[in-house]
Every structure is written in structure tokens, then in C-alpha cells.
Design a protein around this ligand. Structure first.
Ligand code: PLP
Length: 386
């Protein structure tokens, strides 16, 4: 079923999930084989060795490609593996521009790992055309965007950034983990590559690690597949299955998580122990108007806020909740709470963290599927411990 005429949530259930022709099983089997018997020596076959491709991984890739509106997708062992898979397109001497408000692990990959391969990076505020232009060099080959950003939930207007980058011959990759394809589909806005940590909303149940790239151009897909097979960075069949299972309820989960997050953000914005609440769904958020246009019917389920106090005050809050679990990661049914300065963004140099506005008093929430009232009361009692 290619099913492009069907709605998003219908495709999430059916595309890539065709019943097993051998048995009629409504859920296709998990193919665990590492190798496949060939029809004859040197004769081609759809599958030959599982690093190159497996039916189970391919089903997941088909589903995500459909949801993002791409020609194909590639599933990797983790989100970072997928990001690295995209960065393998770069060579010695190339330069990357990435947003200041990016995932801590992407910052680390660019600044601490890829530098030793002769790839350089400049972080720029991707909300500002002047900042982008100032960061550009003749050897800039890739623009890496994230919207909403992490952990400050900054909103980047993707379409104009993509147009600018293409004008200067760059490829554009968008880490779409926070928005999920339910809310934002960057390929429709012109991006070349979409990346997901499938560990988050796609899987949605905190029980599988994975990453995905989706592209529009078959030639780029071929190139990325060549690199992926050469490096061997693939997602195993069990995790492919779990993530595909999670995707069936992706839209329902994300829509409900957005609704709860909106109500929680409004509650936090007027809380006396909080100095500043960052959520794109609040009218006072600087990216609110762009988010309203760019995000499809919701503002995501990530909220950050600065408590009235210092590092210790934020630490007391994140250690003081009962329902919100103290953990990095996000996007699952369980609500999580964390302190970026000591957890998700500890891999930043502190000076860089402060320069980019990630204060010690910042707390980040991932809103899950529990009842709004329970989550509100839990935050309220933790905030009273400051
Ligand atoms: C988690 C995350 C990643 C990295 O994904 P892993 O699956 O943990 O490797 C990248 N980008 C964002 C925005 C993330 O939240």
C-alpha cells in the first residue's frame, strides 16, 4: 500500500505494515535472519545480507518515508548514528553551520569528533539571516537545523533558511525529533534530509533506541545507503519492529501530549516560583507566530522554564517531582524532567552554554500522557521546595 492519498494517521498504521502474504498474519513477522539464500551464484536478490537491508528494517523505513513525504529513509542504530550518517557526506575541509540551540550530542559530534576529520563548524542563531550570513564560508557544505530548538525551544523559520542555504550550494538537514512529522514536515519546506531520534516520539515508549534519515532525492538516498552499508551503522530487527509499533499511535500521542503541554505551560507561566517559561504555544514566546504557521495544529510537548533561583534551586525542583521522572530523553508516554546544565547539555563547555542562554536555573520537561491535573500538582509541589 503506497497509500499517499490516505491521511497521516492511516498511513502510520498501514504503510509498511502489509499483512504477511505467507500466513495472512495482520502484523508482519520480524525477520531475524542475518543472511539470505540467493537464487544462484552471482544472481541478484532483493535481500542478500542484513547489514545492507532486511525486510523488517525496510518496513520501518517505508513507513517513515511516507510520513515525512520522502522518497526513502534509512534506519540507524541511534539518532546520533543517523546524524553521523548524514555527516559522512562531508569531507576534509568542509564547513558546517548548525543552530546554537541544538541537541547536546550533535554539538559534541561536531565540536569534539568531526573536527579531527578536518570538518569545521560554526554555531549560528538560525533565527537571524544576518547571523547565518556572517557564519557562511565558501567551503560551507551543510546547514543543520533544529526547530523547536533544544533546550530553549527557539523556533526557526525553516523555509527561508533552506532557500538561503540552497542559494549558496549547501545541503540542509533538519533534526525533526522535537516536532515529529505530525507537527512539521521539513522536506515539504525544501529541506534535503530529515533526521529523527526514533528513540523519542516515533518509538514513544522508552523501550527502543534508533535513528532515521529521510530524503527527497533518490540519488542522495543511494549515496547515504552506500555510506551506511560501508560503515555498518544499522538498526536491528527487534528495535525496528518496536519503533514501527510505536508509530501506529504517533499522531494520537503527539496531539494529546501537545494539549497537555499547552495547559501546563499556561500554568507554569503564571507560577510565582518561575521566572520565565519557554513554550512556543505561549503568545509571548518570540517564535509563536512562526510556530503557528510552521507547526501543524500543536506546539510540541517540550517545555523549558527558569526557576527563581540558581543551580541548586533547579536541582531541587528536578529532584523533587514524583510523576515527572528525573531522566534525559523525551517524547515517550512517561513525563520526564531534567536540568540541561548538569544533564542533557553537560557536554557543552559552560561558557558556550551561558553564551547561548542555557542558564543553570533552567529546567526542561517532556510532557507524557498522564492526566494534566496530576502533572500540574506534581510540578507545583516540587516548585514549593525551592
Ligand atoms: C535524543 C536526540 C538525538 C540523539 O538521538 P539518540 O537516539 O539518543 O542517539 C538527536 N537530536 C535530538 C533533538 C534528540 O532529542
Amino acid at each position: 500500500m503506497s497509500g499517499e492519498r490516505h491521511a497521516f494517521r492511516t498511513r502510520a498504521i498501514h504503510v509498511g505494515n502489509e499483512r504477511d502474504p505467507a500466513t495472512g498474519a495482520i502484523v508482519p513477522p520480524i525477520h531475524v535472519a542475518s543472511t539470505f539464500v540467493l537464487p544462484g551464484a552471482g544472481e541478484p536478490s532483493e535481500f542478500d545480507y542484513s547489514r545492507t537491508g532486511t525486510p523488517t528494517r525496510q518496513r520501518l523505513e517505508t513507513t517513515v518515508a511516507s510520513l515525512e513525504g520522502g522518497c526513502g529513509a534509512l534506519a540507524y542504530a541511534s539518532g546520533m548514528a543517523a546524524t553521523h550518517g548524514a555527516m559522512l557526506l562531508l569531507k576534509h575541509g568542509d564547513h558546517v553551520i548548525a543552530g546554537t540551540d541544538i541537541y547536546g550530542g550533535t554539538y559534541r559530534l561536531l565540536h569534539k569528533v568531526l573536527v579531527s576529520s578536518g570538518i569545521s563548524v560554526t554555531l549560528a542563531d538560525t533565527r537571524s539571516p544576518e547571523a547565518l550570513e556572517a557564519a557562511r564560508r565558501p567551503e560551507t557544505k551543510l546547514l543543520w537545523l533544529e526547530s523547536p530548538g533544544n533546550p530553549l525551544l527557539s523556533i526557526t523559520d525553516l523555509a527561508p533558511c533552506v532557500a538561503w542555504a540552497h542559494q549558496h550550494g549547501m545541503l540542509v538537514g533538519v533534526d525533526n525529533t522535537f516536532a515529529s512529522p505530525v507537527l512539521t514536515r521539513p522536506l515539504e519546506l525544501g529541506a534535503d534530509i530529515v533526521m529523527h531520534s526514533a528513540t523519542k516520539y516515533l518509538g514513544g515508549h522508552s523501550d527502543a533506541l534508533g535513528g532515521i534519515l529521510v530524503v527527497r532525492d533518490p540519488e542522495l538516498h543511494r549515496r547515504l545507503h552506500y555510506l551506511q552499508n560501508a560503515v555498518g551503522n544499522v538498526l536491528g530487527p527487534w528495535d525496528s519492529y518496536l519503533i514501527q509499533r510505536g508509530i501506529k499511535t504517533l499522531e494520537l500521542r503527539v496531539r494529546e501530549q501537545c494539549r497537555t503541554a499547552q495547559r501546563l505551560a499556561e500554568f507554569l507561566a503564571s507560577h510565582p516560583r518561575i521566572e520565565r517559561t519557554l513554550y512556543p504555544g505561549l503568545p509571548q514566546h518570540p517564535g509563536h507566530d512562526i510556530a503557528t504557521r510552521q507547526m501543524d495544529g500543536g506546539y510540541g510537548a517540550m517545555i523549558s522554564f527558569e526557576v527563581a533561583g540558581d543551580f541548586a534551586a533547579a536541582k531541587r525542583v528536578v529532584e523533587g517531582t514524583e510523576l515527572f521522572q528525573l531522566a534525559v530523553s523525551l517524547g515517550a508516554v512517561e513525563s520526564l524532567i531534567e536540568q540541561p546544565a548538569s544533564m542533557s547539555h553537560a557536554s557543552y563547555d559552560r561558557a558556550d552554554r551561558l553564551k547561548h542562554g542555557i542558564r543553570d536555573s533552567l529546567v526542561r520537561l517532556s510532557v507524557g500522557l498522564e492526566a494534566f491535573e496530576d502533572l500540574r500538582d506534581d510540578l507545583d509541589q516540587a516548585l514549593r521546595k525551592i
